[in-house]
Design a protein. Sequence first.
Length: 162
Amino acid sequence: MDKQRKIDRQREHQANERTFLAWLRTSIALIGFGFALARFGLFLQQLQTAVTGQNSTSHSFISSQSLGISLVVAGIVLIAFAAWRYNQVFWQIERSDYQANRLFVWITAGLVMILGVLSIPVLLWRQLPVPHTPSSSKSGKVYRQLKQPAASFAQTVKHQNF
């Protein structure tokens, strides 16, 4: 094999490796974003429970937790496809019969678009109801005191021990 052909093959393999690493980086970003989205949804549920005093569980299919889990699963599947594609291109380069295939790119783009569209309702949909009556806990007592005029509140604070 001549020297120029060997250098060209090395460049092709290095380009294949860079492409694989780009897919891997994208997969890690999907997994990280999915994890953050799922945890943020859990944080919002705990915040709602703390503010309203009511434990509300959402059983909706389109929630931040289900969307986050979908992104994590999509990232894991993308890693498997990227490794498969890397190996396929590796052997095509070795046999000198590389065939470009855009199906993988279109499937990935479609998957990310679908997950992006599914995230729009999660971003727009508000579940936090404004509490009309506070709970009977200490926070409810403070809430009622804040509704009183300032003079009355100051008088109440003097006589109560927190």
